[in-house]
Write a protein that binds this ligand. Structure first.
Ligand SMILES: C[S@@+](CC[C@H](N)C(=O)[O-])C[C@H]1O[C@@H](n2cnc3c(N)ncnc32)[C@H](O)[C@@H]1O
Length: 224
């Protein structure tokens, strides 16, 4: 069974949920970045109506809920029971929304469903070896389906598998999860190696006064 201690600890430190409304007064919205009301929205996943979307590492489900309110089938997977509980409490009744407490790779190896888009916002794609993740995503994407994910840009010179530390209260020994950091060119190269097409990776500029941008990566599955 997967050990979820680190991600449950993270969930307790950063309890889920969003503001009741964003700056535009909307009650659900999509945010790829670490900043409120910043950057592109769900249009990154395509403009078609009523499609099936899969979010890997959905956390408390704010982005997924927005997809569901637009009429999409919105399937969310998260390994942490605490995150999933928060997502169910916040959004459980929304038509079209479905939540699974599961590791992303396990879920994709078990599902027979094929999705129009697979995405991840600072989620499971950042925290899984792309050598395992990209083939699994190709397996569950429909031909021509969209893959998109966001995460913090790499620290210069620190590429490949890196350690992320999750501090525990009153314990000097942090928990560790692995994450995978690459430059935009490295990400597009990896995606092409795994058969994705039209791979693009760009850094979204941070809001004024902030230093760290957001890496947004997008590609299409082959076919169609
Ligand atoms: C930094 S949080 C981001 C959560 C959410 N996407 C958001 O933007 O608020 C990372 C999330 O990914 C989940 N996660 C990490 N590795 C995962 C995996 N292999 N499978 C499924 N979920 C995973 C964690 O439990 C956590 O909820």
């Amino acid at each position: 069974m997967t050990d979820t201690t680190a991600w449950d600890t993270y969930a307790r430190k950063k309890p889920g949920g969003r503001r009741e409304k964003n700056a535009k007064g909307e009650t659900t919205w999509f945010n790829w970045t670490q900043y409120p009301d910043h950057g592109p929205g769900i249009e990154v996943l395509g403009e078609a109506e009523r499609v099936a979307l899969l979010e890997l590492g959905c956390g408390s489900g704010g982005n997924l809920a927005h997809a569901a309110t637009l009429g999409h089938r919105a399937v969310g997977v998260d390994v942490s029971p605490i995150q999933l509980k928060a997502a169910r409490e916040l959004w459980g009744g929304l038509p079209g929304l479905e939540l699974h407490q599961r590791g992303a790779l396990d879920f994709m190896s078990e599902t027979a469903e094929r999705f129009d888009a697979v995405y991840s916002v600072f989620g499971a794609i950042w925290f899984t070896d792309p050598g395992q993740m990209f083939p699994a995503i190709r397996q569950v994407l429909k031909p021509g389906g969209v893959l998109a994910f966001s995460q913090r840009p790499p620290v210069e010179g620190c590429y490949g598998c890196q350690a992320s530390y999750i501090n525990q209260a009153d314990d000097p020994n942090p928990l560790v999860v692995k994450r995978w950091d690459y430059t935009p060119d490295m990400w597009t190269g990896l995606l092409k190696e795994h058969g994705f097409r039209y791979a693009l990776a760009n850094e979204i500029t941070p809001p004024e006064g902030w230093k760290t941008g957001t890496l947004l990566v997008r590609a299409l599955a082959p076919g169609a």
